[in-house]
Ligand binder design. Structure first.
Ligand code: NAD
Ligand code: LMR
Length: 334
């Protein structure tokens, strides 16, 4: 009885309260397509808007046949198509841009993706200034600062509404730990902080169920360079798309749950962060409590051991450069 009424309350709150338009920019890509499918399956999403420079109407027609309640629309690759896709959005996910090939770092994508994210950010600032913007396009350590600078230049920057999606790092960490320890990944909640590339990705195993893992160099390396495993295996055909779609859909779901009033929703994400501002690090990924206004509270990193202290030092050096590179790009190429 109790259970039934709880389910009913949930069903009510997931249908009556939520008029949530979610927009995907880059919807026809390797991430964009499965991400759009997962969003179509999410009852919290009432309207799905798909935009890409090619192919969004086709993806939308396909996804729209999935028999869930939400409406789906694909928009033309025109400025007015982009504007319409964005108007009224509560959440905008941006997986637009080129992926890595073997031998490349995420920073090698900067030259192409910086201007893509800058231009899409301009459109977001003009058409959806109050939306929660979730940036997937790499290099995340630089594309998030790029988006922030664009919003600042338009006078609409709200640091509580901008998120770099680093969910895949914790998804991977929990999966890799479960493989080592023969456990169920759902029981492995691994905190990962820093940024989203190489040594800027810092898993904090000392805070997990298995503190001994903080001296497991191979595992630390696997979390930091998990993306490379996929890039290598895909052999020139791109990087993680399916696991990323799952991670992006999870992050969007968490933002929506918090927007719809659920308390205690915590996700790791790369945000404008007070944690290391005194050391010149303006953006940092840590656990963040989400709320109706986006970022509710940036949670502290907590106690780390000596090994993790060293990892954090290495992270700071790279992360600072990546952030400044994004900021400089917008200053020089407004
Ligand atoms: P993809 O090439 O398969 O798809 C990218 C899509 O973006 C394409 O459909 C393309 O047409 C579209 N696009 C390009 N310019 C655009 C623009 N100006 N406006 C709208 N759409 C545009 O690539 P992918 O595998 O989907 O990866 C996309 C990005 O996500 C890459 O930069 C990749 O590095 C990044 N990524 C991030 C994470 C993460 O954890 N944050 C994980 C995996 C991939
Ligand atoms: C990942 O972590 O899988 C993504 O950032 C894509 C990449 O380039 O590795």
């Amino acid at each position: 009885m109790f259970m039934a009424s709880r389910i009913q309350t949930r069903a009510f709150s997931a249908s009556a309260r939520n008029l949530s338009k979610v927009t995907v920019l880059g919807a026809a890509g390797g991430i964009g397509q499965p991400l759009s499918l997962l969003l179509k399956l999410n009852p919290r999403v009432t309207e799905l808007a798909l935009y890409d420079i090619r192919g969004a109407p086709g993806v939308a027609a396909d996804v729209s046949h999935v028999n869930t309640k939400s409406t789906v629309k694909g928009y033309d690759a025109t400025p007015s198509g982009l504007a319409s896709a964005l108007k009224g959005a509560e959440v905008v996910l941006i997986p637009a841009g080129v992926p890595r090939k073997p031998g490349m770092t995420r920073d090698d994508l900067f030259n192409t993706n910086a201007s893509i994210v800058r231009d899409l950010s301009k459109a977001c600032a003009e058409n959806a200034p109050d939306a929660n913007i979730l940036i997937i396009s790499n290099p995340v350590n630089s594309t998030v600062p790029i988006c922030a600078e664009v919003f600042k230049s338009k006078g609409v920057y709200n640091p509580k509404r901008l998120f770099g999606v680093t969910t895949l790092d914790v998804v991977r960490a929990s999966r890799f730990v479960a493989e080592v320890k023969s456990t169920d990944p759902k029981d492995e909640n691994i905190t990962v902080v820093g940024g989203h590339s190489g040594v800027t990705i810092v898993p904090l195993f000392s805070q997990s169920n298995h503190p001994d893992l903080s001296s497991n160099d191979a595992l630390i390396n696997r979390v930091q360079f998990g993306g490379d495993e996929v890039v290598k295996a895909k052999d020139g055909a791109g990087s993680a798309t399916l696991s990323m779609a799952m991670a992006g859909a999870r992050m969007a779901e968490s933002v929506l749950r918090a927007a719809q009033g659920e308390k205690g929703v915590v996700e790791p994400t790369f945000v404008d962060s007070p944690l290391y501002k005194d050391q010149g690090i303006e953006f940092f990924s840590s656990k963040v409590e989400l709320g109706p206004n986006g970022v509710e509270k940036v949670l502290p990193v907590g106690k780390v051991d000596a090994v993790e202290e060293k990892l954090l030092e290495a992270c700071f050096a790279d992360l600072k450069k990546n952030i400044e590179k994004g900021q400089k790009f917008v200053a020089e190429n407004p």
